[in-house]
Design a binder for this molecule. Structure first.
Ligand SMILES: Cc1ncc(COP(=O)(O)O)c(C=O)c1O
Length: 360
């Protein structure tokens, strides 16, 4: 039988958070999912309506480059539409970046523990994966990354806020880091949780993009916009980088429903502001609730908090599931004693903490 190319021998499929359907099928429990950092506030009703209307045109191919969304993203982020590429989720873009810029003989670096797409994308290209550590805040340790730089380094992925720890890159440290890098190294800053950060020292990379540094910023509609099911994310970079990515992206990787919903979501900024406010309030509530119970955890700038349960996190997740809450053991991140929990509306969190307290 034919076998896949040897460079894929160590590639394993992504381990997703447990779905509500599988919990119901296995246990007959209608649970609440706090496992995948989705927004429990849901999408803007205007985005839902736009998605419904898009169903009237299912027979037509989608626009490969829906200019209205590019212009809105550009205008709302101080960028030009030409600096932007959308993709089938941030996932597609993170992989596309690796496939476009790295290959056998290159080193691709990423923090660990962090989002698995960087490791996965690296292996797909046949490049050499090089991981570096997090700092005590749970953010990529930029000094450690610099220390591991080699003449073969081609891409450095950074996640800010970092999944699963929630730490962010700070502006001063970022500026210093970039000043130490040759422009032949591409830095990818995954900002999937950007909208939940309220720290004024959070590193903004847009100026570097406008100054044509080799920097790509990646965002998603899956988190604050709550459109995870539709699969739409976007990236911004200097124009030559965007053009290179386009040569590799499938023309119709974004569907019409996603385009229309994303456009409506971007236009409904009042709703986004409300969701952000509620998420930050709930995160404060959740932080205090974990502190008062004596759990150890990284202070999170995202819509999740990852706690140290000092025990087998799978066991805890199973016990919580029986009480109706699906959480994410961080085992696949290399943290078998940590549990990641999505920030949710406070009434849901009250129920979650009752379940946590009554767990044994
Ligand atoms: C850090 C990070 N980047 C990217 C993604 C993927 O986003 P998308 O749903 O747009 O593919 C996730 C999803 O959880 C994530 O945590």
């Amino acid at each position: 039988m034919v076998t896949p190319k040897p460079s894929l021998s160590s590639v394993t499929p992504y381990v997703p958070g447990r779905s509500l359907e599988s919990v119901y099928q296995e246990k007959g429990i209608r649970a609440i999912k706090l496992a995948s950092n989705e927004s429990l506030w849901g999408p803007s009703p205007k985005a839902v309506e736009a998605a419904r209307q898009a169903l009237d045109q299912l027979s037509l191919y989608p626009d490969p480059h829906f200019v209205q969304v590019y212009e809105l993203l550009g205008a709302q982020n101080g960028l030009e539409a030409d600096n932007i590429i959308a993709g089938n989720g941030a996932d597609e873009l993170l992989e596309l970046i690796a496939l476009t810029f790295a290959g056998p003989g290159d080193d691709v670096m990423y923090p660990s523990p962090s989002f698995s797409a960087y490791h996965h994308g690296t292996l797909l290209t046949g490049a050499n994966p090089v991981s570096f550590q997090l700092n005590p805040e749970g953010a990529p340790d930029l000094d450690d990354a610099l220390a591991r730089l080699t003449p073969h380094t081609r891409i450095i992925y950074l996640c800010s806020p970092n999944n699963p720890t929630g730490g962010i890159l700070h502006q001063d440290a970022w500026n210093h880091f970039l000043s130490q890098l040759p422009d032949s190294v591409l830095v990818v800053v995954d900002q999937a949780y950007y909208e939940f950060v309220d720290d004024p020292t959070y590193a903004d990379v847009r100026r570097d993009i406008l100054e044509s540094r080799s920097v790509i910023m990646v965002r998603t509609f899956s988190k604050i916009y709550a459109l995870a099911a539709l699969r739409i994310g976007w990236a911004a970079a200097p124009v030559p980088i965007i053009k290179a990515l386009y040569t590799n992206r499938q023309p119709f990787s974004l569907n019409r429903v996603a385009w229309m919903a994303a456009q409506a979501a971007l236009l409904d900024q009042d709703y986004t502001i409300q969701v952000r406010q509620s998420t930050l309030e709930a995160r404060t509530y959740m932080t205090s609730a974990f502190v008062s119970r004596g759990y150890r955890f990284w202070r999170s700038h995202a819509n999740f908090i990852t706690i140290d349960v000092e025990d087998d996190a799978h066991k805890w997740a199973q016990q919580l599931e029986l009480r109706g809450y699906v959480t994410r053991p961080a085992t696949s991140f290399g943290l078998p004693h940590h549990l990641r929990i999505t920030v949710a509306p406070i009434p849901i969190l009250e129920g979650f903490f009752r379940a946590l307290d009554a767990r044994c």
